[in-house]
Design a protein around this ligand. Structure first.
Ligand code: SF4
Length: 420
């Protein structure tokens, strides 16, 4: 039986049509409805996350078509620097390989002046954004967050400060004895430009109890994000998957993000973050009950189903090259993703969790990777305005900020011939 509508064949590539015809009737119905502009329900999202064989191929082809319709052939990236100003944290999230006690070897703490100096280096290398996040240091005053923003803005008024997870906002507001609205409004007035929507993990109470002891509840995460959007601070959205979770949690999480976006319009992108188990206490303490990250198919499906469920709500699906590595990140561009994220310069959170994919991909390298996928590289700012399209030229070349000692994240590019 052929359920693909006639007009669909005119509107969509033959490859997609062939994959739809090979899919099972239930999956084909869900995907056809989605392509016709209907919202994909949470229950249908679960079905898509569980797709195998020909059904899975149809999900990938549909996500790729939706990416093409929304973003065309452009793939974006931002030149930014990660500044993790402290790794001292006593919150004890069980998945976290980043946090250290103050007396532990490798514990770090940066002053606002040191943070501003790092931002200056990023600016001198063409950076337009610093992404500032840290652990929840027990002695950190609530005013530290505003001090950081003010210090950066004093020397670099045009640098976009993308900073502070909802967990940090929860902590800083409590330490300052302020409500979220007052705390966020003050940060905005100091010069904060946007926030990372990290600390979301999986927005489900039972899963959060296992991951974070539910210290920042789903309700608090949503409240802080909605308040940020309301005071004019856009945020990213994230999901961390592949540990004690299941497709039902993923679909519910993405449906909740969609509901928030329907209300506020404040999310700029979704960034799926695959769980890195290597240095995670969660995995070390209960390896039989915790998965060592998502399977390869689950990584593809996460990007593809996110694109499908968020169609018309969140236009940008960002791939995390620090979690997946540059080669797999490139593969996600054919599975619904349209953004490569940032150059980062100094990645340390994924590295502390055991990821071995390097600290920086330069703008020049991003362009090579994106072109090798048949797409057009575009440098953007934090909120997805175009800065430069690299159709026939390359960005200025900078050596990586931190020397690459062992592995080059772009080694795999050697398999692609260089055009004369
Ligand atoms: S995830 Fe963040 S809040 Fe939790 S322990 Fe690690 S650094 Fe602390």
């Amino acid at each position: 039986m052929r359920a693909v509508p006639e007009h669909f064949a005119r509107r969509h590539p033959a490859d997609l049509q062939a994959k739809m015809e090979a899919a099972s009737r239930p999956v084909r119905c869900i995907l056809n409805r989605t392509l016709l502009g209907h919202e994909t329900s949470e229950a249908d999202g679960v079905t898509l996350f569980k797709a195998t064989g020909a059904d899975k191929d149809a999900v990938f082809a549909t996500a790729d078509e939706m990416r093409r319709q929304t973003n065309g052939d452009r793939v974006t990236f931002v030149v930014n620097r990660n500044i993790n100003f402290t790794n001292i944290c006593y919150m004890g999230c069980r998945f976290c390989g980043f946090a250290k006690r103050a007396e532990e070897e490798g514990a770090e703490w940066l002053s606002p002046g040191q943070i501003a100096a790092r931002a200056q280096v990023a600016w001198d290398r063409g950076g337009t954004e610093v992404c500032v996040q840290g652990g929840l240091h027990p002695n950190l005053p609530g005013t530290y967050y505003r001090d950081i923003v003010l210090a950066i803005k004093a020397v670099l008024p045009d640098m976009h400060v993308h900073g502070f997870s909802p967990f940090e906002v929860w902590y800083g507001a409590a330490k300052s004895k302020l409500g979220y609205r007052e705390f966020l409004t003050d940060l905005r007035d100091c010069g904060l430009g946007s926030m990372p929507g990290t600390a979301a993990e999986i927005l489900d109470t039972e899963v959060r109890k296992k991951l974070t002891k539910n210290k920042l509840s789903t309700e608090k995460w949503v409240e802080i994000i909605c308040t940020a959007h309301d005071v004019g601070l856009p945020t990213s959205a994230t999901i961390m998957y592949g540990h004690v979770d299941a497709p039902e949690h993923w679909a519910a999480h993405i449906a909740l993000l969609r509901d928030v976006q329907r209300d506020t319009g404040g999310f700029t992108e979704l960034v799926p973050l695959s769980f890195v188990h290597t240095e995670s206490p969660l995995y070390a303490q209960a390896p039989g009950q915790v998965r060592p990250g998502p399977t390869e198919d689950e990584v593809y499906l996460m990007h593809a189903v996110s694109r499908i469920m968020l169609n018309g709500f969140i236009d940008n699906i960002q791939v995390s090259w620090t979690k997946l590595g540059a080669e797999r990140a490139r593969q996600m561009l054919a599975h619904g993703a349209n953004d490569m994220g940032g150059t980062l310069m100094n990645e340390s959170i994924s590295r502390a969790a055991g990821s071995r994919h390097g600290q920086e991909i330069t703008a020049r390298e991003f362009c090579d990777i994106i072109r090798s996928a048949g797409r057009v590289p575009v440098r953007r700012n934090t909120v997805y305005d175009t800065i430069e399209v690299f159709e026939n030229h390359d960005p200025e070349e900078f050596a990586p900020l931190v020397a690459r000692q062992n592995a080059d994240p772009c080694d795999f590019m050697k398999m692609f011939p260089v055009a004369e």
